[in-house]
Design a protein around this ligand. Structure first.
Ligand code: ZN
Length: 129
């Protein structure tokens, strides 16, 4: 069984904290112990785990990706190659441990949906393993 939820991005690039939605999906799957896979079926988005305390961290992550990935010089006609590259650098899924029905995360960790070609509506899938 797979749980799906939607994410609405409002900017071209944005990291959106989806920790609560993933926790609800795990509850919906009646997941008790094991791990969950959090997957996004898009080629210009990604999933990552990082700090959710200081909002400057996610801003700096986007700034750093912007420094690493040039904006121009590509062949892909859609014009969104930087978004495809960032999606592959970050990856489209994460595995999160689940214990007693709760996500196992560090004090400062949150699960983020990474939008690299928004704004648009996206899907996130969660499955217990
Ligand atoms: Zn494209």
């Amino acid at each position: 069984m797979i749980q799906e939820f939607k994410v609405e991005s409002s900017r071209r690039e944005e990291l959106i904290d989806i920790t609560d939605q993933v926790q609800r999906a795990v509850q919906g799957l009646k997941g008790k112990d094991g791990a969950c896979i959090v997957f996004t079926p898009h080629t210009t988005a990604a999933i990552t785990v990082n700090e959710n305390a200081d909002p400057d961290v996610v801003r700096d992550i986007l700034y750093g990706f912007g420094k690493m990935v040039p904006e121009t010089g590509y062949h892909h006609r859609e014009g969104n190659s930087p978004a495809h590259i960032k999606s592959s650098l970050v990856g489209c899924s994460e595995q999160i441990l689940v214990a007693n029905g709760k996500l196992v995360l560090g004090t400062w960790q949150g699960i983020y949906f990474c939008e690299f070609d928004g704004p648009r509506q996206r899907s996130v899938l969660v499955k217990m393993i």
